[in-house]
Design a binder for this molecule. Structure first.
Ligand SMILES: NC(=O)c1ccc[n+]([C@@H]2O[C@H](COP(=O)([O-])OP(=O)(O)OC[C@H]3O[C@@H](n4cnc5c(N)ncnc54)[C@H](OP(=O)(O)O)[C@@H]3O)[C@@H](O)[C@H]2O)c1
Length: 385
């Protein structure tokens, strides 16, 4: 029986994970749930799964939850509550599914305490990749990717000797603007950017998918997870989102991983690894005719991807600076303060303004994050509508 703690249980990944839990009542038990502000949903989740430890964003919400729940779990709030759920002694497995760099400290704590960490929160690996690896070594636990491309790579790379690998390729749907001319992308609205063609996800990652920053973050995530350099991690546009990743070997052979585009698959893979069993996703239908296409990304129309490669090559705190500027810019785009094209301009300005330093510890990384946010906010203030 796996005892799991879900950080971000009310989000898109969190709710998909709970569908996986429902499909495997004899294999997975919920012991802790951490959410942000969605009080109605966390209340319903508590009543259904009866976690012993619960966390919400504010102490006011914690008091309300305490009043309304029909049983008496320990209820905490804020960053301390999130951390408590990350290191909860009854949990052997933690699903890190908080969005953004708000998930960095809790992911690091879970790794440091020796849990199996099923990692959806890609920003932690982008912001503090080396620190996460050090925490993993210190804790002696496991780090299993939940991002579909990285879960695919985890399967493709199993037991492969590193000197047989020439490159890895992660696929991208290309997002809603894949075929749009530059002029139209520059003027794209929030609603158009939120209309992802193949995945249903939270708003931040959906905008990241429209700008291809999501793929840029995933390139950095893959480099950290699999110990590769920037030139070995490539991106291929595959609009059907059925092939999730490919590995190219030194002899010119490629292996591809295929499955339906449903996040419950990689979530279940990470939670139950190394076991494989039928879950809540129907088997792939190979008896239906279908067409798959592949094309290279266009870095001129999608400059965020190029910026992510620049940050990866610069190293140190550059990926943390990139991520913080992106989070600020995406939040401002979502609240209609800046346009879509401003996102890349804001990130570029922040990367050019703040010099990266070695990412020696979590303080250095969080300080880089804080400075980058200040620079990005100032830029946004000067360019807001
Ligand atoms: N969605 C996908 O298909 C997908 C695929 C691959 C990777 N990912 C990654 O998985 C992560 C989650 O994505 P998502 O799409 O599930 O995001 P989402 O739907 O926006 O959900 C985010 C979750 O984090 C919680 N949260 C936010 N800030 C918090 C804080 N300060 N303290 C505690 N909880 C907080 C939210 O709580 P409330 O809603 O209660 O406020 C919610 O439960 C991201 O890093 C994303 O890049 C997502």
């Amino acid at each position: 029986m796996k005892n799991i703690s879900i950080l971000g249980s009310t989000g898109s990944i969190g709710t998909s994970a709970l569908d996986v839990v429902v499909a495997h009542p004899d294999r997975i038990r919920i012991v802790a749930l951490a959410a942000g502000r969605n009080l109605d949903l966390i209340q319903a989740q508590c009543e259904q799964f009866k976690p012993k430890l619960v966390s919400v964003s504010s102490s006011e919400d914690a008091a309300l939850l305490k009043k309304y729940l029909s049983y008496k779990p320990e209820i905490m709030s804020g960053p301390d509550g999130l951390l408590a759920c990350a290191v909860c002694s009854e949990a052997d497995t933690v699903l890190a599914a908080v969005v953004g760099s708000a998930g960095v400290a809790s992911t690091e704590a879970a790794l440091r305490s020796g849990k199996r960490v099923c990692q959806a929160n890609k920003e932690s690996l982008v912001v503090g990749g080396e620190l996460m690896r050090a925490a993993l070594v210190h804790g002696g636990g496991e780090l299993l990717p939940v991002d579909s491309e990285h879960a695919a790579l985890h399967q493709l790379l199993a037991d492969r000797s590193p000197d047989t690998i020439r490159e890895i390729r992660i696929t991208a749907s290309g997002g809603p603007f894949r075929n749009w001319p530059m002029k139209r992308i520059i003027a794209a609205t929030r609603e158009e950017a939120l209309n992802h063609p193949t995945w249903k996800m939270g708003p931040k990652i959906t905008i990241d998918s429209a700008t291809l920053m999501n793929k840029g973050l995933e390139v950095i995530e893959a480099a950290v997870l699999f110990g590769l350099n920037a030139s070995q991690v490539r991106v291929t546009i595959h609009p059907q989102s059925q092939v999730h990743a490919m590995v190219g070997f030194t002899d010119g052979t490629y292996q591809l991983q295929v499955c339906a585009n449903d996040m419950k698959l990689p979530i279940q893979y990470a939670l139950l690894y190394p076991e494989r069993m039928a879950g809540p996703v129907p088997f792939y239908d190979w008896d239906t005719s279908r067409m798959w296409t592949f094309e290279p990304p266009d870095l001129e129309r999608f400059p965020c991807l190029a910026l992510a490669y620049t940050a990866l090559e610069s190293g140190g705190t550059a990926p943390a600076i990139l991520n913080a500027a992106n989070e600020e810019a995406v939040a401002s785009f979502l609240n209609d303060s800046i346009g879509l094209w401003d996102i890349q301009a804001c990130i570029r300005h922040t990367l050019e303004t703040e010099a990266p330093v070695p990412a020696t510890d979590i303080e250095a990384v969080m300080e880089a994050d804080r400075c980058a946010r200040e620079i990005a906010k100032k830029w946004i203030g000067e360019h807001a509508f």
